[in-house]
Design a protein around this ligand. Structure first.
Ligand SMILES: NC(=O)c1ccc[n+]([C@@H]2O[C@H](COP(=O)([O-])OP(=O)(O)OC[C@H]3O[C@@H](n4cnc5c(N)ncnc54)[C@H](OP(=O)(O)O)[C@@H]3O)[C@@H](O)[C@H]2O)c1
Length: 239
């Protein structure tokens, strides 16, 4: 990957932790000038301090004002990666209106508004990379909001790719990946989730952050791929 993103500016929103940070690290190793975007400026700066040539910027994907301000401050970028999500993993009977709306803001409305403000400053050979997820293709109780928002992302990339061309717009749909986000479940529940993900994949394991970051770096440089959702989930949809 060394040099693949030489001299390219890559904004990673959600870059202060988990998959976003893994992608930011690999982008940096590939020669990019990385900008870590996060709603918590301190966390963004701490992540940026780990990488050569990196800087930090405040972006809350649910707040259009911060998106517009970031576009105006940066002036030009080659690629924008958005890993932001807001989980509302409960059974249908326990759904809460505001949490459903926030989940859509993080995955669908925010990226739409990001396209509005960033398309004019993204290089014509550049791209936007969104995150969908396997829950869209494998319905499961408690993951309905995640499934529906991830499914919307797959339609969003084809719509945006058409309108923003030649800027490429793609998504990665990860399978269950041990990025750090599942630590909230506690050790035992997390182990069970990863074991069940291994059983339901064709390759006998859950994903690693590097599995997803490898695919992300490839997609940023894949000049003949646009409007696609790339499934990086060990074939889980086929089991
Ligand atoms: N890990 C998996 O198993 C898996 C599976 C399928 C799909 N995915 C998708 O892959 C993407 C990345 O997942 P992940 O594993 O890294 O965990 P995640 O918990 O989904 O990470 C979300 C990231 O977005 C940031 N974020 C949340 N709300 C934000 C906001 N309003 N504005 C800006 N940033 C915000 C979080 O940072 P702060 O909260 O600190 O702001 C964090 O960096 C997500 O879209 C997720 O749905 C992951």
């Amino acid at each position: 990957m060394s040099g693949q993103l030489n001299k390219q500016k890559v904004l990673v929103i959600g870059g202060s932790k988990y998959l976003g940070l893994a992608i930011a690290k690999q982008a940096s190793e590939a020669g990019a000038e990385v900008v870590i975007g996060a709603r918590n400026p301190e966390q963004a700066s701490q992540a940026a301090a780990q990488l050569p040539l990196a800087s930090a910027i405040r972006v809350d994907i649910t707040d259009e004002g911060t998106i517009a301000a970031a576009a105006s401050q940066l002036g030009h970028v080659d690629h924008v990666v958005i890993t932001a999500s807001a989980h509302h993993n409960v059974r249908v009977q326990d759904l809460e209106h505001d949490k459903i709306v926030t989940a859509f803001e993080a995955k669908v409305i925010g990226p739409l508004l990001l396209a509005k403000h960033f398309a004019p400053i993204i290089s014509p050979a550049g791209s936007i990379l969104l995150f969908s997820g396997v829950a869209a293709w494998k319905p499961s109780p408690e993951y309905t909001v995640m499934g529906v928002t991830n499914g919307a992302v797959a339609f969003l990339v084809s719509q945006l790719a058409k309108e923003l061309a030649p800027i490429r717009v793609n998504a990665i749909s990860p399978g269950i990946t041990d990025s750090g986000t599942w630590n909230v479940l506690g050790k035992q529940n997390k182990r069970e989730l990863l074991e069940s993900a291994s059983v339901s994949s064709l390759v006998g394991r859950a994903g690693t952050a590097d599995d997803i970051a490898d695919a992300a770096i490839w997609l940023l440089g894949a000049g003949f791929v646009s409007g696609e959702t790339i499934h990086v989930e060990g074939g889980t949809r086929h089991t």
